[in-house]
Design a protein around this ligand. Structure first.
Ligand code: SAH
Length: 265
């Protein structure tokens, strides 16, 4: 009963706070050299307008995420958990879903697309082994939430979205929330972003049948690419590739379910 009451209260407070929280630009820094000296910190300005209920709900979510290892035999990076604690997921979901913002599951964001489950966002971010100075390419901007999490942990995030309305909305949202080191491009992720390559890290948040050649080519030597791979309707695997000597070393991180990466060439 108490749980229901608290959830209802949260929904009300979050709904009431949504408009003003979105409207005001906020400052974030990229979590690079500055935050590197404090290994558990991501540099982020306080959010005075945020209701404590949202922070508490997010804190509980991240505690639950952290209770299980990211994948067998691995440990969480404290910086990744700090970034998950810092990004207000409720500002990246449609207002109709706001009560669900801090539950650990994907949510619809329109155009038949979804914002990923928080655990998956954390796992994929962790798998990139970020230390602060990287330039990262994300394919599948969606709501912009994953890009926001990444932006606190790296120098620059370049992100590509094929659905124009989603990409445009994410660009506006990220700018209004002060995530300054993120650039959104509307386009086809199969082509990557050749003008900005090479990338230290690449993350796909939509599943291609196999890893697009252009994205491998645009990955720097020593770089890491994380992606869900597999035909729709068949088992998809989350895979991490590391580029060494021009070749790719593969590590399987487990079964996943993602929306398809559309337009395979
Ligand atoms: N990272 C997102 C979730 C993405 S869902 C978030 O944090 O909210 C996957 C996204 O990939 C969808 O928005 C979909 O439109 C996009 N997508 C699918 N195929 C694509 C392609 N070929 N190029 C770029 N984006 C693509």
């Amino acid at each position: 009963m108490l749980v229901h009451v608290r959830r209802a209260a949260l929904a009300l407070v979050l709904a009431a706070s949504l408009a003003p929280a979105c409207g005001r630009p906020r400052e974030h820094s990229a979590g690079n050299a500055e935050s590197g000296s404090r290994s558990e910190a991501v540099a982020i300005a306080p959010r005075p307008a945020e209701p404590p209920e949202a922070r508490d709900a997010r804190e509980r979510l991240v505690r639950d995420v952290a209770a299980r290892p990211p994948w067998a035999g691995a440990e969480w990076s404290p910086r990744v958990l700090a970034a998950m604690r810092a990004v207000p997921r409720h500002l990246f979901v449609p207002s109709a879903s706001i009560q669900q913002a801090y539950a650990d599951h994907p949510l619809p964001i329109g155009e038949g697309q979804t914002i990923s489950q928080p655990t998956i966002v954390a796992v994929m971010t962790d798998a990139l082994e970020l230390s602060g100075n990287e330039r990262v390419l994300e394919i599948g901007t969606g709501s912009g939430y994953q890009a926001a999490v990444l932006s606190l942990l790296v120098r620059q995030v370049l992100t590509i979205e094929i659905v124009e309305s989603l990409g445009a909305a994410a660009r506006t949202r990220l700018a209004e929330l002060g995530y300054k080191n993120v650039e959104v491009r509307i386009g086809d992720g199969y082509l990557g972003w050749p003008e900005k390559a090479p990338f230290d890290r690449v993350m796909l948040t939509a599943a291609p049948p196999e890893i697009p050649r252009a994205l491998v080519d645009q990955l720097a030597e020593g770089g890491i690419l994380v992606a869900p791979v597999g035909e729709q309707g068949e088992a998809q695997r989350l895979v991490r590739w590391t580029k060494r000597g021009g070749a790719l070393e593969k590590q399987d991180l487990g079964a996943v379910r993602f929306v398809p990466m559309v337009n395979p060439p």
